[in-house]
Design a protein around this ligand. Structure first.
Ligand code: AMP
Ligand code: MG
Length: 498
């Protein structure tokens, strides 16, 4: 088995990678293979038998060199000048039929020169968790790294207790992080940052190289991409959990599915991560944290933005400040669809819609209503259909007033008439924006426990199937649609998976 990889990153930035080999794995066992992704990337690995695939994704049969990338990062606000791939190796770049490059990375393949005190390994549960959440994100139309395969290594790794070991093959538009820029800026100053920025521009934002201000435009592009990304996270109640600068990709893809989770009852301060004691990465803080991270990126680019130091600072400040405006536009766009708003907007309509969205969020917060179901509930009211997932929202005066104003904003009369074309458009818009199925925490936990402790993948496979069809999924069993009981959610904590 062979893939004709390119290695452009390690060739262009060889001072910032270290060649390293995956550990040899005896009897790897393929437990997950994403044939849809395999086909869409035109990898065509699906014809191989599972033993050959197992060996390949364990790193046993690589025919070219693998590399660990260096990066730094602010972790919970504290700068660590050297992190790097401590338990992952990039095995090469594959070019798909449309000419896009995708890194293939093996996560959990053994120690590297960046492993510090770690064992370089990964446990099966967290790798399957990454599959379920990353592939859900993809199905929800949110930019993300993807999961191509998981193999069991048939060795135990020690975490809170002994757990079965595994390796995940992750694909990504690239693995260049804000932390990569921080590392390079620290060790190789302007010259290194220029090399990295030129590479990142050529790979992700080639339009910037055609302008006379490529680095300013590059920064603006990354700011814009991050604003769009975080707005999309917020629109589905996704909480990343560990938005350190080493976990934020320049490409604008979601990366590093550690302690992430989807919110159930809506509360802006929701945090699941067991180590996030201050709530730094709580749901509502995500936009501000993304902006803070972008400021760290901007700092590394300062020497490239202008010859004049003060002018560079002004440019960087402007770009990072603009995140606020762009986030607002992206958030409004993502959230308005959830309420079915579908007409062109001017500034005044935008402000009116934002006020309505925020008032609805206040209502669901007061009702402790499930975030995902709340939008479906409104959809059902528009359809005049009974809602089969319980009385989510108290139909009190406050809600009635809001609902009347909402109908007016949609240009729908108080008595809902199903022949109204604006109503039908709103219903269609909502169906495409509001998932029925998200990877609910209790279902994910059940799937992982069965796989890791009983070697039973039935629940994982069932869940994988439903999360791949999140919208308008009338076939999904209700246990994948309903939230966990509040006792489970109150005590639910996520871990980094390290
Ligand atoms: P993460 O929390 O996955 O973003 O990882 C933060 C840093 O710790 C990265 O540099 C990882 O490569 C490193 N790391 C995480 N787990 C391990 C492990 N088991 N062995 C070695 N390094 C690790
Ligand atoms: Mg990471």
């Amino acid at each position: 088995m062979n893939i004709d990889f390119t290695h452009t990153y390690s060739a262009a930035l060889n001072e910032f990678v270290i060649e390293s080999s995956p550990d040899k794995i005896d009897n790897p066992e393929l437990v997950f293979f994403n044939s849809d992704l395999d086909e869409s990337l035109n990898l065509n690995l699906g014809n191989n038998d599972s033993q050959a695939l197992g060996d390949f994704f364990a790193g046993n049969s690589l025919t070219s060199k693998a590399h660990a990338q260096a990066y730094a990062g602010h972790q919970f606000g504290h700068y660590n000048p050297q992190l790097g791939d401590g338990r992952a190796l990039i095995i090469g770049e594959h070019i798909d039929l449309s000419g896009h490059k995708h890194d293939l990375c093996l996560k959990g393949s053994g120690r590297t020169p960046f492993s510090r005190g770690g064992d370089g390994k990964a446990a099966l549960g967290p790798m399957l968790r990454e599959v379920l959440i990353a592939e859900s994100m993809h199905a929800l139309n949110i930019p993300t790294t993807r999961s191509l395969a998981v193999v069991k290594t048939n060795e135990d790794v020690y975490r809170q207790s002994m757990e079965p070991g595994a390796i995940l093959c992750r694909t990504a538009a690239s693995h260049i992080r804000i932390g990569t820029f921080q590392f390079v800026s620290n060790y190789a100053r302007e010259e290194g940052v220029k090399k990295l920025a030129d590479y990142a521009i050529a790979r992700h934002y080639p339009q910037c190289s055609k302008t006379d201000k490529p680095y300013i435009n590059f920064l603006n592009c990354v700011v814009n991409k991050q604003a769009e990304l975080i707005a999309k996270w917020m629109s589905v109640g996704f909480i990343h959990g560990v938005m350190n600068t080493d976990n934020m990709c320049i490409s604008g893809e979601t990366i590093d599915y550690g302690p992430c989770a989807f919110m159930e009852a809506y509360h802006p301060e929701t945090v699941f991560s067991s180590i996030d004691h201050q709530g730094r990465y709580a749901y509502q803080n995500q936009p501000a944290i993304a902006q803070w991270n972008l400021a760290r990126l901007a700092e590394t680019l300062l020497p490239l933005l202008s010859d004049d130091e003060q002018a560079s600072i002004d440019i960087a400040t402007q770009s990072v400040t603009d995140f606020g405006k762009q986030y607002k536009v992206s958030w409004h766009q993502a959230m308005r669809a959830k309420l079915g708003f579908h007409t062109e907007v001017d500034n005044q309509t935008m402000e009116r819609e934002i006020a309505l969205i925020n008032r609805f969020l206040d209502i669901i917060q007061d009702n402790k209503a499930d975030f995902t179901l709340s939008w479906l509930y409104i959809g059902n009211l528009l359809k005049n259909e009974a809602f089969e997932y319980g009385e989510l929202i108290d139909n009190n005066e406050n809600f009635k007033v809001w609902f009347t104003e909402y109908l007016a904003a949609l240009n729908i009369a108080d008595t809902i008439d199903q022949t109204n074309s604006s109503l039908q458009k709103a219903i269609k818009t909502m169906a495409n924006a509001n998932p029925v199925v998200i990877p609910r925490n209790h279902n994910v936990e059940q799937a992982l426990t069965d796989a890791a402790t009983l070697d039973n993948f039935d629940e994982f496979n069932n869940l994988y199937k439903v999360i791949n069809q999140p919208f308008e999924n009338s076939n999904a069993p209700s246990r994948y649609i309903l939230p966990a009981n509040t006792n489970f959610t109150q005590h639910f904590k996520t871990f980094c998976g390290t």
